[in-house]
Design a binder for this molecule. Sequence first.
Ligand SMILES: Nc1ncnc2c1ncn2[C@@H]1O[C@H](COP(=O)(O)OP(=O)(O)O)[C@@H](O)[C@H]1O
Ligand SMILES: [Mg+2]
Length: 269
Amino acid sequence: MLLIIKMGGSILKEGASNDLVVDLKKVVKKHKVVLVHGGGVEVTEIASKLGKEQKFIMSPEGFRSRYTDKETIDIYTMVMAGKLNKQIVLALQAQGINAVGLSGLDSAILKAERKEKLIAVDERGRKKVIDGGYTGKITQVKTELLQLLLEKDYLPIITPIALSQDCNPLNVDGDRTAAILASALKADKLILLTDVDGLMLNGKCVPKIVATEVKKVLPKIGGGMSTKVHAGLEALTHGVKEVLITSGTAKQPITLTLNHKVGTVITNE
Ligand SMILES: Nc1ncnc2c1ncn2[C@@H]1O[C@H](COP(=O)(O)OP(=O)(O)O)[C@@H](O)[C@H]1O
Ligand SMILES: [Mg+2]
């Protein structure tokens, strides 16, 4: 099977945990894997140390995103494609996994359209149109390099930065990147590793839910998780058979979620 696994920034404070990497080592013996990582918190912390306080905006749909101006995209690229991506490569190499760190810029794996304008909603609900900065929406995935690497049993680790039409780096969402890569590579499963047990509804983790049902409860799902559910639904629409959302900090998170022992499984039916 081909698995696309996204590791949330929320679980990457000290890089990828040992339990997770040991589990990954087992998983890659049987399956091909592409990793995508987040890392927003670390970007925010380092930006702040550099004297660049980060601003976040809320969209009318309730998505929170980083306001990415020129200085911010430079810091974002340094921290994400530099520090975090290489920390994960090191953790995997330490276990003998042949990891290759890449960003969406390399061989134009991810092409995106710059968001010209964004609508930001303030605390009082007032809407304001602002410049889109260096944020983008993925429009095209070039899978050739990834296919080559997968054929030869390398494990690509992708930083969610995409190439704009005018060859600038654009900040793109990590969950969406994982979902779009899963669709483009015709992956069997999309696994979203985060810092909670799975999709929580009424205080409990939902073990299994179908797409039509999860769409109905979307308004009840908050910030970070709602992005994952949207991304998951997109992957299911494009032929991915299962979306698994689970905690990346538990023991054997990938093995157990593949066996439906932990986390939330979302399927078409
Ligand atoms: N219904 C929900 N079920 C689970 N998590 C939720 C829900 N609503 C909001 N969340 C939040 O979503 C977070 C996960 O998203 P996020 O913080 O973006 O993590 P990641 O770094 O993995 O992308 C959880 O820690 C939780 O606070
Ligand atoms: Mg997130």
